[in-house]
Design a protein around this ligand. Sequence first.
Ligand SMILES: Cc1ncc(COP(=O)(O)O)c(C=O)c1O
Length: 396
Amino acid sequence: MNAATPAIEPHTPVVHSRLPQVGTTIFTVMSALAAETGAVNLGQGFPDFDCDPQLIDAVYAAMRAGHNQYPPMTGVPALRQAIAAKVQALYGHTCDAQAEVTVTAGATQAILTAVLAVVHPGDEVIVLEPCYDSYVPNIELAGGVVVRVPLTPGTFRPDFDRIAAALTPRTRALIINSPHNPSGRVWTREDMLRLQELLAPTDVLLISDEVYEHMVYDGQPHESAARYPGLAARAFIVSSFGKTYHVTGWKVGYVVAPAPLMAEFRKVHQFNVFTVNTPMQHGLAAYMADPTPYLELPTFYAAKRDLFRQGLAQTRFRLLPSEGTYFQCVDISGLAVPEKDLPEGDFCQWLTREVGVAAIPLSAFYGNGFEQQVIRFCYAKRDETLRAALARLARL
Ligand SMILES: Cc1ncc(COP(=O)(O)O)c(C=O)c1O
C-alpha cells in the first residue's frame, strides 16, 4: 500500500430498500428446483423449443447489413410501421407509427415505464389479482398506492362492481391483462364494453397488458383495448415479441398509446433504456411482413393445450378453462394424496421433488398469498416434454 494513503475501513453503506417486500421470485425458485431435481419444468412461462430459423436469419442479415449502432430512441421506423399496420389490420385501430408506437425492452420495461411516466406519489393504481408479479413493485417504485381488486374467485372473470367500488378521485390507472396470466381466461367483448363504459366518466388511464394477444383459442377473437375507441384513447397497450415469436430471451416488446400519453412515456423511456437493440428490431420488422406466424399461433398452441388437457383428464386434477395464453391451471383439491392440503407453494415443491414436474402456485400471484388449491402449468413445451410430464403426473 502507498504510505501516503490514509488507512480507511472500507464499508458498503446500508441501503434502505425501495422494495422491501421483494425477494427471489417463485419462478426463479421453481426453475432452480426443477434443474436441481431433474424435474420436467412446466413452471416458468417460456418455450423449450426454438423460434423460426427465418427470424434468426433476418436478424443475422440485419447485423451483416451493418445495423449495429443506436437506433432511434422510439424504435426502428420499419418496425414501428409494421406494428402500426398490424394493429390496424387486426383491431381496426389507426395509430401513428411516428408518435404513437414505441419499441421497448420487452413488456416488463414497457409496463414499468408507463407506470413511472404517469403515476405520481400517492396516486392509486388498481390491479386485478391474481396478477403478473411486476405490476405491484412497479407501482411502489413510482410511489403509487396499490389497490388490489380480486378477479372473481373460481372463474377469474372481472368483477365490475368491485372495480367500480375501487375507483376514487385519486385513481390514476388500472392495469388489466387479457389473455390472462396465470388463469388463462380471456376477456370478452362484453367485458371490454363494460370497462369502456365504467371508465368513460373518469380520467383513469388504462395499462392493457396484451402480451398473449396471439394466443386465444377456439375461434375467439382477442379483444384488444385497441378495438374500443373509448379505451384506446386512454390506454398504454403493451405487447411482447418474446411471447409471439418464441423468443422470450430477446426482450423486445412495444407500446401503443395516444400521442400525449406516448410523449410522457418517451421522456421516461429515453433515460431508462434509451434504445432497444438494433438488429433484433430490423429482423423483427422484416419477419413481420408475413402475418402467417402469428395468425397460426392459436392452432399451434391449441394443439399443445389439447394434448396436455387430454392427458390431465386421466388424473384427479380438475382442469380449469385455458381460453388463451400458454397456461393451464388445475384444482388440486380432488387429488388422493395428503400433500394436496399443503399450501400451494409447498405442494409445488413436493410435486417437483417427488413427482418430477414443476408448476407454479397461484398464491404467488396474490399480495396476501391467497390459497385456493390451484396451481399453474405452462404448456409452451415440445410435445415430448408434455408427454414426459403427463407420464409422471399420471399417478395422481
Ligand atoms: C402477463 C405478462 N406480462 C408481461 C410479461 C413480460 O413480458 P416480457 O418478457 O416481454 O418482458 C409476461 C411474461 O411472462 C407476462 O406473463
